[in-house]
Design a protein around this ligand. Structure first.
Ligand code: SAM
Length: 286
């Protein structure tokens, strides 16, 4: 492969292990005219490790809009350009979107050099359904906003993939327990491809307890996967048992609360539990 002139290459870099940079990525980064990196100091050791001495300039969320015209002009007049981020695939919760669009609008070829991305790495080892998933990036930082944001996804049937920082991992897990229910199956994927790589698949409350009990487990970078409600493997009881549970609960509480408790205990959708509860109440009334 020869690096084409006047092409913007969007190059994925490792999410931890420096050897996860593909041969094609190395060749492209060596041959291009200039590399735009999110943090030049962060990327330099990786580039040096692979013998890449192409000039590096900065491209981060604060200068991306201002850089777009200059990068387009550079591509038109000088040669090919590569963009990389600190880790993984650019544009995935990282800068690059404005540059890609500016190049497309200027009829400049944009070509991917695919490689690592934390969300795909996590899905590949999480043991939670991967046939349909929704990647939603980082949850909001404040708890009330986070709970409202999470509840938008609580009844969906596909897996939900989130990124989280070590500062907020416990708070986010706690909100996941509240919003999705203690029994919802989740995966906590930490420090993937690095020395302290850990993958935990458990119910939301078990995962929270595991992290709360061990400060080491709260450190590093995290991907969270929350199973969808229609993931059959995630529902721990059949309909007969669910009905029996709801019948007992309805003797002690209103249908809304009974549905919430049954959903938390079994991982069944709150709406499904509520609909069954309403039907049971009607049966009793007739
Ligand atoms: N562009 C990157 C990608 O393709 O995955 C994501 C960039 S985003 C700013 C950084 C977040 O990705 C981290 O806060 C963490 O949630 C997740 N992440 C990155 N590397 C990771 C790793 N080795 N293990 C687990 N999560 C990781």
């Amino acid at each position: 492969m020869t690096t084409l002139k006047h092409t913007l290459y969007v190059v994925a870099t490792p999410i931890g292990n420096r050897d996860d940079l593909s041969g094609r990525a190395i060749k492209t980064l060596k041959e291009c005219h200039c590399i735009y990196a999110e943090d030049t100091r962060h990327s330099r050791p990786l580039l040096q490790y692979h013998g890449i001495d192409t000039p590096v300039r900065s491209l981060h969320e604060h200068n991306e809009a201002g850089r777009a015209d200059a990068i387009v002009e550079q591509l038109q007049t000088e040669g090919s350009v590569a963009i990389i981020s600190d880790a993984g695939t650019p544009l995935i919760s990282d800068p690059g979107y404005r540059i890609v669009r500016a190049c497309q609008d200027a009829d400049i070829a944009v070509s991917p050099i695919p490689g690592a991305s934390a969300l795909i790495a996590a899905l590949s080892v999480g043991g939670i359904a991967t046939d349909r998933f929704l990647y939603a990036g980082f949850p909001p930082a404040k708890s009330q906003a986070r709970k409202t944001w999470l509840s938008e996804f609580a009844e969906q049937s596909c897996s939900l993939v989130l990124y989280e920082s070590p500062h907020r991992i416990l708070a986010s897990l706690s909100d996941i327990v509240d919003v999705f229910g203690a029994g919802r199956e989740i995966c906590v994927a930490r420090e993937l491809t690095k020395r302290f790589e850990t993958v935990i698949r458990a119910t939301a409350s078990e995962a929270l307890e595991t992290l709360e009990a061990d400060a080491q487990q709260q450190k590093g970078e995290f991907v969270l996967i929350v199973a969808g409600v229609a993931d059959k493997a995630n529902i721990s009881v059949g309909e007969v048992e669910l009905k029996a549970m709801l019948k007992t609960l309805l003797n002690h509480m209103p249908v809304k609360t009974a549905a919430k408790v049954a959903s938390e205990l079994t991982g069944t959708s709150r709406k499904v539990a509520y609909d069954i509860g309403v039907a049971l109440n009607k049966d009793d009334a007739t």
